[in-house]
Design a protein around this ligand. Structure first.
Ligand SMILES: *Cc1c(COP(=O)(O)O)cnc(C)c1O
Length: 294
């Protein structure tokens, strides 16, 4: 089914999201740091061919939330060959026993879901080993459970400052990039600003105040398909958008916690526009969308 619709649909949907991201950024209060928002295209359960299609339309940042699925997709020969500048975000729950596997992923860019000092220590030591002689630090964010729901992972909000402090002082292989939240689903925006986003903003304020960090150095990852514009308007620097780019997800056996295990269908004969030039041009147009790499 996706074969037929994919190539036009993914590109079109992506470009419309990019436009909406840019428009939302113009509506931000001037007092907020003017960081251009980074769009992370969440490709979980979707085949490599769709990632390549979005890449050809200029998208560079992609998110996955199951370690095994990310390992598989990031090492897929088609993606390795067609997407040399791809940057993967890990946005799922991370268990200590999966850290080594995750950190070996090619083109891993940012781990958004560190949610305890112990996990940070594990990621730190694992990265020290994996990077070998390199001094490159691994970018991470701290995930906060802003809604306090049992079902959501993340650090209790009141532990934010101490955890960030721990990372800055004890985890020399990590680059603390910001705070991330998922928040309550289905919040009704007619009731006012999303309280989960407001809480992330106030925790950033607190972190920056206590630890003497400039606001610009602490990103906020919040906002998904249904609320990314609102998130950007209130200060998100990183939005994670899946279904409105790639279509709704099928979870076989409604097992929402397991990645789609079935082998993906073989790709449709690729259309003419596979040229690197097209993709690079598109990427250039989108450069203003991406936060510079520190
Ligand atoms: C799946 C997922 C998203 C994207 O959700 P959509 O509603 O499809 O945009 C964003 N963030 C996380 C952590 C996710 O797991």
């Amino acid at each position: 089914m996706w074969k037929v619709a994919m190539s036009e649909e993914v590109g079109k949907a992506l470009l419309s999201v990019v436009e909406r991201v840019n428009l939302a950024a113009t509506r931000r209060p001037k007092a907020l740091p003017a960081l251009p928002p980074r769009l992370v295209a969440v490709s979980k359960t979707k085949p490599p061919e769709m990632v390549v299609e979005a890449y050809r339309h200029g998208q560079r940042y992609f998110g996955e939330n199951y370690v095994n699925e990310l390992v598989e997709k990031a090492s897929d020969p088609l993606i390795l060959e067609s997407c040399p500048e791809i940057k993967w975000h890990f946005i799922g729950h991370l268990q200590k026993n999966n850290v080594n596997k995750l950190l070996a992923v090619p083109n891993l860019f940012l781990v958004e879901t560190v949610d305890s000092p112990k996990l940070a220590d594990k990621v730190n030591s694992s990265w020290q080993r994996i990077r070998g002689a390199s001094t490159q630090r691994l970018k991470i964010m701290v995930q906060i459970n802003t809604s306090g729901e049992q079902s959501k992972h993340g650090l209790p909000p009141e532990e934010t400052v101490n955890t960030v402090k721990h990372i800055l002082s004890q985890c020399s292989a990590l680059h603390f990039a910001g705070l991330m939240t998922i928040g309550r689903y289905g919040y009704d925006l007619t009731l006012g600003p999303n309280p989960d986003f407001q809480m992330l903003l106030s925790r950033r304020q607190e972190v920056c105040g206590s630890l003497k960090l400039p606001l610009e150095d602490v990103e906020l990852s919040m906002g998904m398909s249904t609320d990314f514009e609102h998130a950007i308007e209130v200060g998100a620097t990183n939005v994670r958008v899946g279904s409105i780019i790639f279509g709704y997800r099928d979870y076989p056996n409604s097992a929402t916690n397991t990645p789609n295990p079935s082998p993906f269908p073989s790709p449709a004969p690729s259309p003419e526009k596979t040229s690197k030039a097209v993709s690079e041009e598109a990427a250039k147009k989108m450069q203003h969308l991406t936060v510079s790499e520190h």
